[in-house]
Design a protein around this ligand. Sequence first.
Ligand code: KIV
Ligand code: ZN
Length: 517
Amino acid sequence: MDERLIIFDTTLRDGEQSPGCSLNPLQKRRMAETLAQLGVDVIEAGYPNASEGDFRSVAEIAREVRGPTIAALARCHEADIRAAIDALAGAEKPRVHVFIASSPIHREHKLRLSKSEVVERAVAGVRMARAAVADVEFSAEDATRSEPEFLVELFSAAIEAGATTINVPDTVGFTTPGEYRELIAMLRREVRGVERAVISTHCHDDLGLAVANSLAAVEGGARQVECTLTGIGERAGNAALEEIVMAVRTRRDRYRVATGIRTERLYGAARTLANLIGASIPRNKAIVGDNAFAHESGIHQHGMIADRSTYEIMRPEDVGVPGSLLVLGKHSGRAAVRDRLASFGYRIDDAALDRLMVDYKRIADRKKEVYDADLEALWLGLDPHDGGPWHLESLQVSTAIGGRIHPTVSVVLADESGGHVREAATGDGPVDAIARAIARATGVAFEVRDYAVRSITAGGDAQGQATVRVTSDGREYRGQSISTDVIEASARALLEVANRIAANARARERRYAATGS
Ligand code: KIV
Ligand code: ZN
């Protein structure tokens, strides 16, 4: 029997705190449900003492999401641990995750604490958490730049105080596979009471080694991996969940561990996240990128036709990549659409299905054939970004090549109170003009940093995806939208960022009103 490898997902904590990846509470809840359906063992839902909004969001996930353990992060401070315990009150399986930095650099420059003071705080933190919940994880932040013998002392004390998981973070992405494997193996030999705890890995990708390091840790004896979907996270990101899961599955001969992940949902879960944060997945992204299973060169195609195993180590269906099958027609109903979406990992509620069916009928009328990719595009085009006040009512664009006429745009937006706002603008190109008109109509100032359009389905009537990255008030926001009309997709993507900026400003105002900070 293979040993179980615990998949600890921190997309909603370490992932969500990185620039351009922020989610509102409703989006976090949807993501948590997606992760639960994917089969992760632990969802780290957030850091409750960071803000009132974070607290509420962790509390909601703890109350509503069933299946996985729900973890909340806390420094070894009373107020943090209290907030984590309170936020987890409704959880079926709560875990408090306490951490303190262990490296000399952090001890001297950040904490200004001696080794024995760090141990004291860690023990007090673990004890306080353990008095409230049975499942307590202890992390030694910046472990990989810490003295190995100090790690032995610190983890031994944490286990004695009641920690059930000890986590060895490579906080700054500094370690290498061989070094990390040896460190984990050494901790497994030397830490007192280690047989009562699970050793965990948490790797950042600054040198592009996060997945390799995590896998090396598994070889060294780690039985929990902390990771995020598509590797989102601080700086260069965290280890990518889908890569670790498929590596241990594909190379079972080497790792001899099994996860509880429903791998056929990986593709859908990654797209759901990308859609919620408004980013697109790079085509060449391992496992879930569009090109991950595409074979372009003649030699490869020849081999694939002879026998798929010549160039394919995993089957696309194992990770839920939708095929190019003709699946549905004009007369297909809600149940068929819902079933087909579920078959590649998307769960859709009734209200969203109602909205999707309107677009589905429109596309089915216009296109003769509706492929999986079309259906997926419709799903991705659903507006999940609740919280923004504006909707696009109408858009008119006129543009000309040659002469001195600038592209001109007029937009009508509906706001949440049922009112309408109408604005017009000219610009260097139609997209620039749309951005100006939307900024005027909403009163939201932003600067476009990146803009791209790509075709995501095949044929002359293909659907195009527009993605934009903007900055506003020093923060980064992303938006994306899909339509058979790329100008419409661009306008919707730009409106999405205006909505996100406005929703964010509202959340900050509410926080200020509640806490004065
Ligand atoms: O990278 C890190 O050290 C962390 C810890 C809080 C686990 O995210
Ligand atoms: Zn981290």
